[in-house]
Design a binder for this molecule. Structure first.
Ligand SMILES: [Zn+2]
Length: 255
């Protein structure tokens, strides 16, 4: 199955109406943006929104705050990062959102292997809490758009294998990071997974990586859909362009 939906469900008060509009527009997924903070404070609000989403057949996921670095030199910052992700996991549990997406870390002065070990340790620590609290959620570090950020696809696949975490494939970030995209290579690596959580949009980039997200060109949507069908993957595509709803509707019409 291919699920499509935008990033963002609006504030707590309008979320239920927004989800109903998404349903009417033929959308089947949406990502709750906690990128600037966990704005749904109340678990009961989260539960109500989650119930409506489930009834409407809209699969929710969460994007955790940007202020995260699981490989910081400052231990306090690592602990604060874990706390932010875990507060998203708690809300995800009530929202019935399975995937909690985050940009895991910056390499800083560390090499890739050292950074990997720190991220891995933090993920294992967080998984212990998730298990203890019996939250039905999956940690999903995302393929990042800048070369200074931890998170190319191979690093995330290794994490998934060694910790059992999930991951989020941001195809636009992969293009920005590498300057090219080879869908056959990507799908050969990810096709064995039961479900793929992904992000997509147009993107402007330099040799350092992403600069900003852009409206998703129709040709790019068609290209991605062609490979999704070729490899028969079960996937959720969250659109993160400046017009995520419009571009999600555009995408559903091309499936
Ligand atoms: Zn993304």
């Amino acid at each position: 199955m291919i699920r499509v939906g935008p990033s963002g469900i609006g504030g707590v008060k309008e979320a239920i109406d927004v989800l109903k509009q998404y349903k009417k527009a033929g959308l089947s997924a949406a990502e709750v943006e906690f990128t600037y903070g966990v704005y749904i404070k109340n678990n009961e609000d989260a539960r109500k929104i989650g119930e409506v989403a489930k009834k409407l057949g809209i699969m929710l996921s969460i994007h955790a705050p940007y202020y995260i670095n699981l490989a910081s030199n400052d231990k306090k910052k690592i602990e604060a990062s874990k706390k932010r992700i875990l507060s998203c996991c708690e809300k995800a549990h009530y929202l019935k959102a399975k995937y909690v997406v985050f940009h895991a870390a910056y390499y800083g002065k560390r090499n890739a292997a050292q950074t990997y070990e720190m991220v891995k340790k933090a993920i294992i620590d967080m998984q212990k809490v998730i298990k203890k609290k019996r939250w039905n959620v999956k940690l999903a570090p995302e393929t990042t758009g800048k070369r200074s950020q931890f998170g190319n696809l191979d690093e995330l696949l290794k994490l998934a294998k060694e910790t059992g975490c999930s991951f989020c494939v941001d195809f636009a970030h992969m293009l920005a990071r590498e300057g090219r995209i080879d869908y056959d290579e990507i799908f050969r690596k990810i096709k064995k997974f039961e479900h793929i959580h992904s992000h997509f949009s147009g993107i402007e980039f330099t040799d350092k990586g992403e600069r900003r997200h852009l409206i998703t060109p129709i040709a790019k949507i068609k290209e991605l859909l062609k490979y999704i069908k070729k490899y028969k993957v079960d996937i959720t595509i969250i659109n993160e362009s400046p017009d995520p709803v419009g571009d999600s509707i555009k995408t559903t019409k091309l499936i």
